[in-house]
Ligand binder design. Structure first.
Ligand SMILES: N[C@@H](CCC(=O)N[C@@H](CS)C(=O)NCC(=O)O)C(=O)O
Length: 201
């Protein structure tokens, strides 16, 4: 399998954590991809022009990160990271969606503040993204005590969020605002799949 990926993408980090947790990482060849390069050929694998995109052994391209994670989870016989059915499935998929949605808001803010020309920035839009991310993080702070040592796709998405905050928004001081999440992340950071996938510029 090949994975169109980026060392800075939090969505790709989800996929790599799943790959390490399921013992599939060695079967995946990383194809570093700069989606912002106008000449990028990623559009031949993902018409949306985004990473991550997985090219399965049969040649089929699979995207986006929730679909890739569930696909990888179908390829092994160990404990499933995406529960196949029942209440646990919807709890985990909802948590994954919350994590991904926080990332969407953080990335939208970053594009608006870092990439858009200053005179074209829209403060109302930036504030809307900040508010969505803050509500999402507050929700996670409320929930984290109930997770125990569960580490499934929802928690993997949350790791991607917190790592992205450290990487792109170090001034936010999220640990002071969300101390329960900070304590949880300090423990999770020791986990090999998490430690092996810290974003790098
Ligand atoms: N929902 C997608 C989001 C993927 C995404 O937005 N990736 C970013 C990189 S972190 C990207 O490729 N952005 C390029 C663009 O938005 O045009 C997923 O979960 O895979």
């Amino acid at each position: 399998m090949k994975l169109r990926t980026s060392a800075t993408s939090p969505y790709a980090r989800k996929v790599w954590i799943v790959a390490f947790e399921t013992g599939l990482a060695d079967r995946i060849e990383a194809v570093p991809t700069n989606v912002w390069d106008p000449a990028t050929d990623v559009i031949h694998d993902n018409p949306l022009g985004k990473v991550p995109a997985l090219i399965a052994d049969g040649g089929e391209a699979i995207y986006d990160s929730p679909v890739i994670c569930e696909y990888l989870d179908s390829l092994h016989d160990g404990q499933k990271l995406v529960p196949p059915a029942g209440g646990a499935r919807w709890t985990q998929k909802r948590l994954e969606a919350l994590g991904d949605g926080i990332l969407d808001a953080l990335l939208a803010k970053r594009v608006e503040t870092m990439m858009r020309p200053e005179d074209k920035r829209w403060p109302v839009w930036i504030e809307r993204q900040e508010a969505a991310a803050a509500r999402g993080l507050a929700q996670l702070e409320d929930e984290v005590a109930g997770w125990g040592d569960t580490f499934l796709i929802g928690q993997i998405a949350v790791v991607a969020v917190l790592g992205y905050l450290d990487f792109r928004f170090p001034d936010l001081d999220w640990r002071a605002r969300y101390p329960a999440l900070a304590a949880w992340y300090a423990v999770l950071s020791q986990r090999p799949s998490v430690a092996a996938t810290v974003p790098v510029a």
